[in-house]
Design a protein around this ligand. Structure first.
Ligand SMILES: Cc1cc2nc3c(=O)[nH]c(=O)nc-3n(C[C@H](O)[C@H](O)[C@H](O)COP(=O)(O)OP(=O)(O)OC[C@H]3O[C@@H](n4cnc5c(N)ncnc54)[C@H](O)[C@@H]3O)c2cc1C
Ligand SMILES: NC(=O)c1ccc[n+]([C@@H]2O[C@H](COP(=O)([O-])OP(=O)(O)OC[C@H]3O[C@@H](n4cnc5c(N)ncnc54)[C@H](O)[C@@H]3O)[C@@H](O)[C@H]2O)c1
Length: 467
């Protein structure tokens, strides 16, 4: 029996940070994970998917070389070589992760490739290989997994993870579910040459984004040749047909079907509690199936904590890292610390890119008197220089305090632009202070100063000089 002060289950971003923090605070710590170090983030999510997105971006760039007077033959994608590149990137990123060396330096006992760890009782955990461990405190960081459909023929469908096993780019793909994952899968494989149909049950794609973002991305997807169907109805079944898979669906009494070579289901991300045997430890899940935690990451069993996707709160790497840190701090020190995650930038590496931070316009108007300042990408110098004129930047500002409440961007480098606003919001920078920062010219981020000008114009404030 291996005994520790703290056991952390799952070595994704939340688990790694939890283990590091616990060890840093002097706890004898064991980090145990089903597969490879780094979790889904390193091996199946952001890192490999971003590598595919970079390939898609390069292909798009190559297709417009002619506009800059550069002649070359049409680019051809070798998908198996791209997958080799993905593997290299994943390994490189893992090798250079400072977290890995810190784990060794701080003396964390790391058990990789352990299979599912499961509770035997509230202080004892056992791996599939029969290794038993006990600890005073346990931190659950087992992440999430794809939500699956439960209609006849659902076993014929794939998930985003199947991208790593394809031998070539499918001729046609039906992507079901248009949240962040579905939009990315659709956009990337569209750039690779697949015919894409994106089917979304809700009335708009990317429903948690500002409405203007959903509209702009859906319009751009359609203009590029994708089929986008919002509010398409309910799926009845899937069946195999020559050439692929057919999805049968209905809207009221109306029945329809659509066929594609591959169907990828991206309808959400649920807590990965399958193997954990939570009842043995008395750990409760909420109505949506995520492990229920309080602000201090404590579960219904007071010495067991949880962090990251398994809690269903923020499903993003930076928040998983913060949650892991908070959980370990409270577990080791018996404190009740929490972190305020109000400023939380998000974004998708689609074409066009989109990103946001803070409140959507609808939410902001519900609770504040606001000014909305919009600058289009086709009016700024850098986007014109680079021939990336599709998109906009919307800055939302409270009229009375001039505080920035949110920012929503569609277009080239949207994700990077929004980071600046996140920093501004975190440091309570008012819009009339933002406008005085002489950001470099010509840059993508310069659009923020233009938007800030528009906002303070609407306040009737004197404006400083501008270029
Ligand atoms: C396609 C895709 C793209 C994404 N892109 C981004 C992005 O660009 N930016 C961003 O911030 N976020 C992105 N995310 C979200 C991000 O990957 C997650 O929020 C993050 O990985 C959560 O970290 P975690 O530590 O909670 O869980 P994970 O990274 O999922 O790690 C959990 C680990 O626990 C292991 N585990 C599970 N059960 C057990 C068990 N019983 N015993 C032992 N080990 C177990 C798992 O195998 C896994 O290794 C993306 C997600 C997806 C699906
Ligand atoms: N770039 C990034 O940062 C990135 C990328 C991917 C995922 N993520 C993270 O992972 C989380 C989960 O994202 P996700 O996209 O996997 O899930 P999601 O829950 O955000 O989106 C799923 C979508 O599927 C739709 N849907 C649900 N049931 C359906 C059905 N039966 N038929 C058709 N559509 C249906 C929903 O309306 C929803 O819009 C995100 O919230 C995000 O935090 C981040």
């Amino acid at each position: 029996m291996l005994t520790s002060d703290v056991i952390v289950i799952g070595a994704g971003p939340s688990g790694v940070l939890a283990a590091l923090r616990a060890a840093e605070l002097g706890a004898r710590t064991t980090l145990i994970t089903r597969g490879e170090f780094g979790g889904m983030a390193a091996n199946d999510g952001p890192v490999p998917v971003r590598t595919l997105a970079q390939a898609a971006r390069l292909l798009r760039g190559a297709r417009v070389l002619d506009r800059f007077g550069i002649s070359t033959s049409a680019p051809v994608l070798d998908y198996s070589r791209l997958l080799e590149r993905v593997r290299t990137v994943v390994e490189e990123a893992r090798r250079h992760s400072s977290f890995r060396s810190d784990i060794d330096r701080l003396g964390v006992t790391l058990v990789e490739q352990a299979g599912d760890a499961r509770f035997v009782d509230a202080h004892t955990v056992e791996t599939q290989s029969g290794l038993r461990m006990q600890a005073e405190k346990i931190i659950l960081c087992a992440g999430g997994t794809n939500r699956r459909l439960s209609v006849p023929g659902a076993e014929l469908t794939a998930t985003h993870s199947d991208a790593w096993t394809l031998s070539e780019v499918p001729q046609s793909i039906l992507v079901i579910g248009a949240g962040m994952t579905g939009a990315q899968v659709a956009s990337i494989f569209h750039a690779f040459g697949s015919q894409i149909a994106l089917f979304q049950r809700a009335s708009r794609i990317l429903p948690s984004e500002d409405e203007d973002v959903s509209i702009a991305v859906a319009n751009a997807f359609r203009e590029s040749g994708m089929v986008v169907r919002e509010g398409f109805g309910e799926i009845d079944s899937f069946e195999r047909v020559s050439g692929g898979i057919q999805m049968n669906f209905s809207r009221g009494a109306e029945k329809e079907s659509v066929q594609a070579q591959l169907v990828v289901v991206t309808i959400g991300w649920v807590a990965d509690v399958r193997g954990l045997n939570l009842p043995a430890a008395g750990v409760q899940t909420d109505a949506r199936g995520y492990v229920a935690v309080d602000d201090c990451q404590r579960t219904s069993t007071s010495h067991i904590f949880a962090a990251g996707d398994i809690t269903g709160r923020w499903m993003l790497v930076p928040q998983a890292i913060q949650d892991g840190w908070v959980a370990a701090t409270n577990a080791v020190r018996d404190t009740s610390e929490s972190l305020d995650n109000v400023v939380c930038p998000t974004g998708g590496f689609t074409d066009p890119e989109y990103a946001s931070v803070g409140l959507t316009e609808t939410k902001a108007r519900e609770t504040h008197d606001i000014v909305s300042a919009v600058v289009r990408f086709d009016t700024t110098t850098r986007t014109i220089v680079d021939d990336r004129t599709e998109g906009f930047c919307k800055l939302l500002v409270e009229r009375g305090t001039r505080q920035i409440l949110g920012c929503h961007v569609v277009g080239e480098r949207a994700v990077e632009i929004v980071q600046i606003v996140a920093i501004a919001m975190s440091s309570d920078l008012r819009v009339d202070e933002l406008v005085r920062i002489p950001l470099s010219f010509p840059t993508y981020t310069g659009i923020l100063v233009r938007a800030a000008y528009r906002a303070i114009d609407q306040f009737g404030l004197p404006v400083p000089p501008r270029c």
